[in-house]
Ligand binder design. Structure first.
Ligand code: FAD
Length: 546
């Protein structure tokens, strides 16, 4: 691992009013909320911000149409409200997306039930009723779909955040601006509990190996699927686990002939709902539901899950002749769902729970269980209120180029391109990922040709964005940068040669010697391969698919 340019001040013996463990979307949202309420807040993350479940999700910002099926109306209402806020506030990162719901005569759900559900969903969202898809759309899809079925098509609207990693980075910087101290690559070894009350947290800096102890007024355990583990290490005894982990896997493919240009919500081979989405110039298909209480850091998609997703796709698009070789990679994450041994995974509530540990002999500690990308901000407000802070919904101001500003967007792109002497494509990419910071990055790019250079030959994102990530966004490793702050390595054509080229270009600007470059590159490739599992040698599961 390679040290950040900015040395990190020691934390030992400092007192924080709130210590948040876990820097996924929930932890970052909670830290931001507490810091904004004036609390001296520390956020620690054992790996990197957004490297957990947050980056392994389907990346949909949704009201949760399927939660209607389970009667969770209040969750749908809250999610729809939060979706609208994100669309308004983060319009450079969260985009409206048309969904096409596809059923055929074998579907488990009746067309009437679906039509009623969509009507209710759109009504709760304050939108006109969900329409049956237009004839043109139907014709286009019918050509690609399995002709042996009679298909019904329904339209509705939700939203997509292609890069929740960027949303987390923005919220993180807002937490820092509000006074929070944030540390990635800093593991909480245990919560220090004495006489029935949490007193502090023992920490280990993963970069230096140094341990520290901080005092804590409150501890908020936002470690997602690791939540029970944090309690076990802290000798907090509970009658039953808080979590019942459910693994969800996705496959990523290049676009294929007939692949959808809008999002599809349909049924997999066993009738479970799955999504097939255009994402980052590729196709993302998922997900699965497999009980998994193993180490969340080691979770990977099983050959059976990959086969199941591939077969579901193949059944839908037989003419595309997809095979295991068509899959670029697969990834998995564990949904930190509430412990519910008697329920099927799909029936477990998706509503979050804030578990107060006072009854477990550890007052002033809360564990956050569950949640969604969509509702992280409202979860954070609820959590703040639970520890006695006032947390009203902020008056929102548009911070990026919002939908209402669309006609100006091209002008804004031209302005950023002019400031940085960069191409319009680079300027647009910078605006999409960095919102209101785009001008600062463009000014940095103007300084030298090396900073204006694309990170690798296939991307329009430039090296100046990488420098911003190291300097201002707490990136420490090359993985922090290329997988999350400037996530070009999630792109369609990224390969080992791109990694090498990127390391050379970045190293030239940051003054890396050969040893530093080699160490960075090796750590990056190890992390990338552990996350995005290559599926090439898939003969085994292809056999399983037959
Ligand atoms: C397959 C799948 C698909 C999903 N799709 C969607 C979707 O489309 N839309 C949606 O809204 N939601 C979706 N979700 C849900 C959503 O992704 C999660 O609920 C959300 O990301 C959880 O965030 P989190 O911050 O609680 O957890 P995480 O993102 O996992 O963050 C927890 C963090 O805690 C850190 N940590 C753990 N232990 C320690 C320790 N001891 N010290 C310090 N740090 C520690 C971890 O490294 C991790 O980064 C999906 C989830 C899954 C699994």
């Amino acid at each position: 691992m390679v040290l950040a340019a900015n040395p990190r001040a020691p934390l030992n013996d400092q007192h924080f009013q709130v210590v948040v463990i876990g820097g996924g979307i929930n932890g970052v949202a909670v830290a931001r909320q507490c810091a904004r309420a004036g609390k001296h807040t520390l956020l620690v993350e054992q790996n990197d911000f957004a490297s957990g479940v947050t980056s392994r999700s389907t990346r949909i910002i949704h009201g949760g149409l399927r939660y209607l099926e389970h009667g969770e109306l209040s969750l749908v209402r809250e999610s729809l409200h939060e979706r609208e806020t994100l669309l308004r506030e983060r319009s450079h990162l969260v985009h409206p997306m048309q969904f096409l719901l596809l059923l055929n005569e074998t579907s488990k759900r009746s067309a009437l039930k679906v039509r009623t559900g969509l009507w209710l969903y759109q009504r709760m969202a304050g939108k006109p009723r969900g329409e049956d898809a237009s004839e043109m759309e139907v014709k286009r899809f019918e050509r690609a779909l399995d002709a042996g079925h009679r298909w019904s098509f329904f339209n509705y609207e939700d939203a997509q955040c292609e890069f929740p990693e960027r949303l987390v980075a923005e919220w993180l910087m807002e937490a820092v601006d509000a006074g929070a101290v944030v540390r990635n690559h800093m593991e909480a070894l245990a919560v220090d509990v004495a006489h029935g009350r949490t007193r502090g947290v023992l920490l280990r800096d993963q970069i230096t190996g140094r341990d520290a102890r901080v005092d804590a007024g409150w501890v908020i355990n936002c470690s997602g699927p690791w939540a029970d583990r944090v309690c076990q290490r802290s000798a907090i005894r509970m009658a039953k686990p808080m979590l019942g982990g459910v693994r969800g896997s996705h496959i990523v493919l290049p676009r294929f002939p007939g692949s959808p240009s809008t999002a599809l919500y349909t049924e997999a081979i066993d009738g479970r709902p799955i999504f097939i989405l255009p994402w980052n110039d590729q196709i993302l298909a998922g997900t699965t539901e497999v009980a998994d209480n193993g180490d969340p850091a080691r979770t990977v998609p099983s050959p059976e899950e990959i086969s199941y997703l591939l077969r579901s796709l193949t059944q839908l698009f037989p003419k595309a002749k997809l095979s295991a070789q068509s899959v670029k990679h697969a990834f998995a994450g564990i949904r930190p769902l509430p412990y519910s041994p008697d329920n099927r995974p799909s029936a477990v509530t998706r509503r979050h729970i804030l578990h107060d540990h006072a009854d477990d002999g550890a007052s002033h500690m809360i564990s956050v269980i569950g949640g969604k990308l969509t509702t992280a901000a409202s979860l954070a407000r609820e959590c703040a209120r639970k520890i006695g802070l006032s947390a009203t919904e902020p008056n929102t101001i548009a911070i990026g180029p919002g939908p209402a500003l669309d006609p100006l967007l091209d002008d804004a792109v031209l302005e950023i391109a002019r400031i940085g002497a960069i191409s319009e494509e680079s300027a647009r990419g910078i605006m999409e990922w960095h919102g209101k910071r785009a001008a600062d990055i463009a000014r940095m790019a103007l300084v030298s040709a090396e900073l204006r250079a694309p990170i690798c030959p296939h991307t329009s994102h430039v090296v100046a964005e990488v420098v911003e990530a190291y300097r201002k966004e707490c990136a420490i490793t090359l993985g922090d940068v290329l997988l999350r702050r400037v996530p070009v390595a999630l792109g369609a054509c990224w390969s080992e040669s791109c990694s090498r080229e990127a390391a050379l270009r970045i190293g030239a600007v940051l003054g890396w010697n050969e040893q530093t470059m080699g160490a960075n590159l090796e750590a990056f490739e190890t992390e990338r391969a552990a996350f995005l599992r290559p599926v090439g040698r898939a003969a085994a599961f292809e056999a399983a698919a037959d």
